[in-house]
Write a protein that binds this ligand. Structure first.
Ligand code: AVJ
Length: 325
């Protein structure tokens, strides 16, 4: 495998792989299916990252504040799991808001490697972090972490790698993809390495559906932003006003699904291809799986053992430390 590495801003590595599908390939592949779908990672251009950040501050969206409260309440135990002289590798670092909580409480972190797909957003966030934590070694990587990527070398004989994957973003993968993904990322870890991961839990359908249908319509804008991003990057001609947001809990599958519903019969052109939409036809844009603690433990058991689990008093959300087997 050949990797192309390019430095955008000071110290930031931009990684792409040759021979892998491009955004155009992936988008068109999904839209050719009878149930049209788009890969959720394409929500996150700079505007999408900002919209997601805004979702996390909506009152209906419980995951972020619940996870942060769990972190604050259990910081001593979390610190013991992460250990000293650790390199924290965050997958999909976004605003790095939760990372700040860790950095403020864990003096043992020697380096921080944020891996983020949204280039401009990563550059902006890192610019701020470098000012806030002048003594921390930061090695940002702009990459799609669902594909193989390289962790920049860090010169410290005692380095111990810990993956940080908060927010229940693991919920975007189908259970079968979770196993594949964990196998890939666990290669970064040395034996005894670990992963601090946020996992959203099964709960009342009304609470789940409210979280993905906030009253202010921020989730609507976030969902539609995937079309704007595709228009912008691939010169497509989606008309955002001809699609509406739909999110619901699919009990059988244990997941919240987001869709964009075509409000009219229409054609959309991307590259050299035309895609037809019936009135009422949907594009499936996201799955957000919800787990029970025992289901999740079984799911990760090929690669990891669950060392510790912290939850809130309502059991809405869990933070877990997984140890590489
Ligand atoms: C960032 C993937 C965890 O699934 O809850 C928020 C994204 N989608 N509202 C989630 C999201 C709609 C979020 N994750």
């Amino acid at each position: 495998m050949i990797m192309q590495t390019r430095n955008i801003v000071d110290n930031m590595e931009y990684q792409t792989m040759f021979g892998q599908a491009t955004m155009l390939d992936e988008v068109c592949k999904g839209l050719r299916e009878s149930q049209k779908y788009l890969p959720s990672k394409y929500f996150y251009d700079e505007q999408g990252s900002h919209l997601f950040e805004k979702i996390t501050r909506q009152k209906e969206y419980y995951p972020t504040r619940t996870e942060m409260a769990i972190m604050l309440e259990n910081m001593t135990e979390i610190a013991a799991c992460i250990g000293r002289d650790s390199v924290l590798v965050e997958l999909g670092s976004g605003s790095s808001r939760k990372t700040r909580l860790l950095l403020d409480h864990l003096p043992g972190i020697v380096a921080y490697v944020p891996v983020e797909i949204s280039e401009q957003y990563l550059a902006t966030v890192i610019f701020e972090l470098e000012k806030e934590y002048p003594d921390l070694l930061i090695k940002p990587v702009c990459a799609d972490y669902t594909r193989p990527f390289r962790v920049p070398p860090i010169e410290n004989p005692h380095t111990y790698y810990v993956l940080f994957y908060p927010g229940s973003t693991i919920g975007n993968f189908r259970p079968q993809q979770v196993q594949q993904f964990l196998g890939t990322v666990s290669q970064i870890l040395n034996p005894g390495g670990g992963m601090l991961i946020g996992v959203d839990l099964k709960k009342d359908k009304n609470i789940l559906e409210a979280a993905y249908n906030d009253k202010n319509g921020v989730t609507t804008s976030f969902n539609k932003n995937i079309l704007r991003h595709i228009n912008h990057k691939l010169a497509a001609n989606f008309n955002l006003k001809d699609f509406r947001h739909k999110a619901f809990y699919n009990q059988e599958e244990g997941r919240v699904e987001m869709h964009l519903i075509s409000e009219i019969e229409q054609d959309v052109i991307i590259g050299s291809e035309r895609f037809h939409f019936e009135k009422g036809e949907s594009i499936h844009t996201e799955n957000s799986y919800k787990y029970s603690l025992s289901d999740f433990e079984t799911l990760v058991s090929d690669w990891f053992s669950v060392k510790q689990v912290w939850t809130d008093r309502d059991d809405y959300f869990s933070l877990q430390f997984l140890e590489k087997k």
